[in-house]
Design a protein. Structure first.
Length: 534
């Protein structure tokens, strides 16, 4: 905190000679006693505990306000403007610009009071010319006051003179150093900052509003989904992809058995089968929920792209390009009325479609990379794609600005955070890299521990405020990291083969789903939930 002027340190000097009343508080002596007491006083007065505050002032010998502020209070309420400005000039600490700003507030109040009184325009004009104009502040503020003399805007003031002058003191408190007048809510702000820091350093924090001031914040690992509450065995072959809907009420899975299944997430966190989507003749490599959760896209492996209505088990539309390109990836725009698709065979192209299957835009040519993964940020501003195996290509709408992030190893998958500000990519070097969208100059955060070398492994953001990253692995396990730590904080065992994909429920931070080559989808919940139910 900023050191106060000598004029308000007398009580501190007296206390230094008293071993029972040290000037410095806390185990390391970092807290100044007088500042500490004044902050408590400010809080007591703001809470309405006036008698308690007065008792503390009496017993401690420390006032809620500095002598400088008390002087300003007396002079301002009495309308002694010269004395106000002299007090401001004597305050140590603020820069010349801050003192000029504070002096302007004083003379402005004097000017407005003259303008609204019977004394008329002449004395007000003299204050403007001799006092305000000489301060060298922003000319626009001076001109605004000058215009008020013509339009008489300054004369229309509904507050009493006392209220106006008290308002001046509040304005001065925002300009002058904080030791002159303790900022409103300072104690609450300090406590909140301490709690926020403890939460930020808690690698297991995954429950909202679980905070107490009576002890340091610390969550146990049971807050992380780690109990397999359910095994979904309806697929007859490897499960390649799994994704929760945006509202968290549904789950979709796709498999090399050429089907996709829509599951319902019940209120008690159990999962029940709703629809099995049939019609693809090749394995379904991915699914994509529309932002409004009313539709689902299924992308066949080197096959076609189909649009399904979530309320039915028949597809609404099959997307085919005018050039018979094979669609390899897809993503929704945030209005749920347009999609974007990528193709690498026979030529590299990116398409946008409406929901009637009409091509809207087609990007092709040498400048278009071979796209293997696509995503659109929730605000529709950026198209993020994985291209040429090792590059992250980001295209900004509608400006067309592009940036390229180059990785040293092959990228197998891409995932965006819910706010669209961050992306993660899985690499076959057994690392996951965290990048900030639209900032290729950043050095990525790296997450290690899982196994990945031969297959496409997918990761996701999740948990409270997307504070965690989860990933599948070729060693049949699910790995979970906190975004501030590069080593796993939790490893989930249960699958008997490669875990291809994971998805964290966006509205239930305690729920995670994983899809595996063992033909199952597992649902993981916090340890406080019921045990295994197959």
């Amino acid at each position: 905190m900023e050191v106060a002027a000598n004029s308000h340190r007398e009580s501190t000097a007296e206390s230094e000679s008293n071993p029972c009343d040290p000037a410095a508080l806390g185990p390391t002596g970092l807290i100044d006693r007088e500042e500490f007491v004044r902050i408590i006083l400010q809080s007591l007065y703001s809470l309405g505990y006036r008698r308690a505050a007065e008792t503390l002032e009496s017993e401690s010998g420390i006032g809620a306000h500095s002598p400088e502020f008390l002087a300003l209070l007396r002079h301002a309420l009495a309308g002694r403007w010269e004395e106000c400005v002299a007090t401001i000039a004597a305050v140590g600490g603020p820069a010349a610009e801050a003192r000029a700003r504070a002096s302007f507030l004083v003379w402005r109040e004097h000017f407005l009071e003259l303008l609204g009184s019977s004394e008329g325009l002449v004395p007000a004009r003299e204050v403007l010319r001799c006092r305000i104009d000489s301060l060298g502040i922003d000319r626009r503020m001076v001109h605004r006051l000058a215009r008020s003399m013509i339009s008489s805007e300054g004369a229309v003031r509904t507050e009493s003179v006392i209220e106006q002058r008290l308002g001046l003191l509040l304005d001065l408190a925002e300009v002058l150093p904080p030791w002159v007048s303790v900022p409103v809510g300072r104690l609450e702000r300090l406590v909140e900052m301490a709690v926020d820091k403890q939460i930020a350093s808690c690698v297991y924090h995954n429950v909202p509003d679980e905070v107490t001031l009576f002890e340091d914040h610390k969550c146990g690992e049971e807050k992380i989904p780690s109990n397999c509450s359910q095994i979904l065995c309806d697929h007859t072959d490897e499960v390649w992809f799994v994704q929760f809907s945006n509202n968290g009420k549904f789950l979709a899975s796709s498999s090399s058995d050429c089907t996709a299944i829509i599951w319902t997430v019940e209120e008690d966190d159990t999962i029940s089968r709703t629809h099995c989507l049939r019609g693809h003749t090749k394995p379904i490599s991915l699914v994509a929920w529309s932002p409004n959760d009313k539709m689902l896209l299924t992308c066949g492996n080197a096959e076609t792209l189909k649009l399904w209505d979530v309320d039915s088990d028949t597809y609404k539309l099959r997307f085919t390009s005018s050039t018979d390109h094979i669609i390899s990836s897809c993503a929704w725009f945030p209005n749920s009325e347009k999609i974007v698709c990528g193709s690498g065979e026979p030529d590299k192209m990116i398409f946008t479609y409406d929901l009637q299957g009409n091509e809207i835009d087609v990007w092709d040519g040498d400048r278009i990379p071979k796209v293997s993964e696509l995503a659109v940020t929730p605000d529709g501003r950026f198209l993020v794609s994985i291209c040429s195996n090792r590059d992250i290509w980001i295209h900004e709408f509608p400006r067309g600005k592009e940036c390229l992030i180059c990785e040293e190893h092959s990228i197998t998958s891409l995932s965006l955070s819910r706010d669209g500000m961050w992306l993660i990519v899985n690499l076959n070097s057994e690392e996951i890299h965290l990048w900030k969208v639209n900032d290729e100059s950043e050095v990525p955060e790296r997450f290690k521990g899982h196994k990945q070398g031969k297959y496409v492994i997918r990761s996701c953001f999740g948990g409270l405020d997307c504070s965690f990253i989860a990933s599948g692995s070729e060693d049949s396990q699910v790995y979970i990291w906190h975004r501030n730590h590069g080593k796993p904080i939790k490893v989930l065992n249960g699958h008997s083969s490669t875990v291809n994909c994971v998805s964290w429920n966006p509205t239930k931070p305690h729920m995670l789903a994983s899809a595996s080559d063992d033909r199952t989808v597992r649902i993981w919940l916090a340890d406080t939930t019921p045990k295994l139910n197959t």
